[in-house]
Design a protein around this ligand. Structure first.
Ligand code: FDA
Length: 399
């Protein structure tokens, strides 16, 4: 029978990183993945350039039923630590928007780096190799795989979330957690476009492809957050960074509120515009918003659209301004796991040790990365969680 000190299930971002660190610290590590290729999500991430971390990472950038859980791992493996590793591998990178770091070249450089780190640690890999079950065996575990049984001292579950099933995503990690007595915080697609079917939406569907900076506010089970990001109109609803960020907080049956002209007070500007003769509402809105959006907007105010601003009542002008600053949309749903960048929810962290990801119920069983109920904002935070939770676990494996 094959045996290893540590069997890591899942050769994604967290699994490979954990294996490499633990191997280099002296552990005998075997990584098993049912997919033919490693780290497929790293490969497709960041539009092929992998937004591998965010320099501003703080616990507030993560959603969880237990918001303090991520603190320890994030504090002990920082974005600067990962940048140091990237630099040692000679991978060129640049900072984009709001602290997001991307490869100058290809995300495959990060995949190659993870594999090189595993090689340096003498990590063994089995792929494609289906994992059928994990059972307790004395103080260790027996892992049944398509290639036969593996005896493991410890098992690290790094099977990720449910998004993009065609890239190898599975619910195996959640099933395993339940089998060993763990609760799962309800999972849902996150960082995902909204679908809107409300009849009032119809004029906006024609705006597909239009993008503009907005302030978006979403509230849900996990609190409320607002984001100043670009919003993209699609045929089916709303996308772009603003919608993706809001989707992680959104609860079905609730509205998303959008300020389409952040930083301005259109109501006050319209009232002030009464003083200058010859100004019309359509011209004013076309200056404040992209023209196609302004035209769609005026469909809701047909009686006012055709009169000079000077003839309109202040309260109507203030209401028009308010409608732009507090546009509410009620999504009918999201595009689901097929399009979601991540899965929110997951293995309940209240039963895990925050310094190691180890189960409090089953000694020797660890959970890291996205399978855990820690979900980052858009912008490199999810990879930083993968690296940090993996590093914390790896150190504990050899302690
Ligand atoms: P990950 O999904 O990486 O790996 C899980 C591994 O487990 C896979 O290799 C899978 O095959 C394997 N597995 C699953 N079930 C198994 C089973 N039953 N048996 C054996 N193996 C099994 N984040 C970010 O910070 N910056 C970015 O730029 C992006 N971009 C991005 C784009 C797109 C399109 C997506 C879908 C996602 C992102 N993300 C991102 C999110 C990021 O990719 C994600 O959070 C991490 O990859 C999570 O790392 P894990 O290792 O936890 O799971």
């Amino acid at each position: 029978m094959i045996s290893a000190d540590v069997v890591v299930i899942g050769a994604g971002a967290a699994g490979l990183f954990c294996a490499g660190v633990a191997g280099q610290l002296g552990a005998d590590v075997l990584v098993v993945d049912h997919a033919a290729k490693v780290a497929e999500k790293v490969r497709i991430s960041g539009g092929g350039r992998c937004n591998f971390t965010n320099v501003h990472t703080e616990p507030r950038h993560f959603l969880s039923a237990n918001p303090d859980f991520c603190r320890s791992a994030l504090a002990r493996y920082t974005p600067a630590d990962f940048v140091g590793l990237v630099d040692r591998h000679g991978i060129a990178w640049h900072e984009k928007h709001q602290g997001q770091l991307f490869c100058d070249g290809s995300s495959l450089q990060i995949v190659d780096m993870l594999l090189a780190e595993c090689d340096m640690g003498g990590v063994r890999r089995r792929q494609p190799c289906a994992v059928e079950s994990v059972a307790r065996d004395g103080t260790g575990f027996q892992v049944a795989t398509g290639d036969g049984p593996i005896a493991a001292g410890r098992v690290v579950v790094a099977t990720g979330g449910l998004s993009i099933p065609k890239l190898g995503a599975s619910d195996f990690g959640y099933r395993l957690a339940r089998q060993f007595g763990h609760a799962i915080v309800e999972t849902r697609p996150a960082l995902v476009p909204f679908v809107v079917t409300d009849p009032r939406w119809r004029p906006f569907a024609a705006l597909a492809g239009l993008s503009l900076p907005v302030l978006i506010v979403a509230a849900g089970r996990t609190g409320e957050a607002e984001f100043l990001e670009d919003l993209l109109f699609t045929h089916r609803g709303l996308s772009g960074p603003a919608a993706l960020q809001a989707s992680s907080y959104w609860a079905p049956g609730t509205d998303v509120t959008v300020d389409l002209a952040p930083g301005r007070d259109l109501g006050a500007e319209l009232v002030a515009a009464k003083a200058s003769s010859g100004r019309w509402l359509d011209g004013f809105l076309a200056e404040a918003l992209p023209r196609r959006l302004a035209e769609a907007w005026l469909l809701a105010w047909p009686a006012l659209a055709e009169r000079p601003i000077a003839e309109l009542r202040d309260r109507d002008l203030v209401a028009i301004g308010e409608s732009v600053h507090r546009w509410t949309v009620r999504p009918s749903g999201t595009e689901g796991y097929r399009k979601a960048e991540v899965t929110a929810g997951g293995v309940d962290t209240r039963e895990l040790d925050s310094r190691s990801g180890e189960s409090r119920l089953q000694p020797g069983l660890h959970f890291i990365g996205e399978v855990v109920d820690v979900t980052g904002w858009l912008g490199g935070y999810n990879f930083q969680w993968a690296w940090a939770s993996a590093a914390a676990c790896a150190r504990a494996l050899v302690a």
